[in-house]
Design a protein around this ligand. Structure first.
Ligand SMILES: Nc1ncnc2c1ncn2[C@@H]1O[C@H](COP(=O)(O)OP(=O)(O)OP(=O)(O)O)[C@@H](O)[C@H]1O
Length: 204
């Protein structure tokens, strides 16, 4: 499943933030979204996830294919780690939570109430949910917040495994995850490459 974005313009709070965005996200590939604070990265991800409409433009390939992880972990504090994952597995119609527990080293925390986890442990639980969605396109907003070095590596391993299985990922992040990813720079002052011309021919 390829996610295709064409001439997309988006707004937050009624104010336009980004215009004319276009890219393809193909199976097995990752795209890192970069740009300064407040430029509109979260707004872009929310729009891709269907949480808000675009001002104009087109998004194709996003119907029931996107698993979105935003700034909030979306975990249920009174349920245990296992119960949280079982709940999300039932929402998405998948049965298996063990790979998610293992990928984010949650087995020792499985019976703990999610509300009593540390910030980094909660983030690991939130990210592990991606694995029980069964969805091919991961749209992730600053996924490594609160993660220590080893948990960042855990997360990068999970993304690589997802890509190797034909999934894809669009990730807004300021850190280098060591992924072989293209970069979508939405900064306001990015240089536009000079159009390729017949340079020698111009002088003849
Ligand atoms: N709920 C809201 N209502 C109105 N404006 C908002 C709201 N949330 C964010 N904004 C504004 O929309 C603009 C884009 O915000 P957005 O969160 O998409 O930026 P961002 O690039 O993700 O920033 P950051 O790197 O700080 O997370 C900012 O100017 C922000 O102040």
């Amino acid at each position: 499943m390829t996610l295709t974005v064409t001439d997309l313009s988006i707004a937050r709070g009624g104010i336009p933030v980004l215009q004319g965005l276009g890219f393809d996200l193909r199976p097995g590939t990752a795209l890192v979204v970069r740009g300064p604070n407040g430029i509109g990265k979260t707004t872009l991800l929310r729009t891709l996830a269907g949480l808000q409409p675009p001002l104009s433009g087109h998004i194709t390939g996003a119907e029931d294919t996107i698993a979105y992880a935003g700034h909030s972990d979306g975990i249920k504090p009174t349920l245990t780690v296992t119960e949280n994952l079982t709940f999300w597995a039932s929402v998405f119609g998948t049965a298996e939570i063990r790979p998610a527990l293992e990928a984010f080293e949650l087995n020792d925390l499985a019976t703990r109430h999610a509300g009593n986890l540390s910030a980094g442990q909660k983030r690991r639980l939130g990210l592990s949910r991606l694995l029980v969605t069964g969805r091919p396109i991961w749209v992730l907003d600053e996924p490594t917040v609160s993660l220590d070095v080893s948990a960042v590596a855990m997360f990068a391993t999970a993304v690589r495994a997802h890509l190797s299985q034909g999934g894809c990922a669009l990730i807004a992040t300021h850190i280098d995850l060591g992924l072989d990813a293209a970069v979508l720079d939405v900064g306001p002052f990015r240089a536009k490459p000079r159009p390729v011309t017949d340079f020698d021919g111009d002088f003849l």
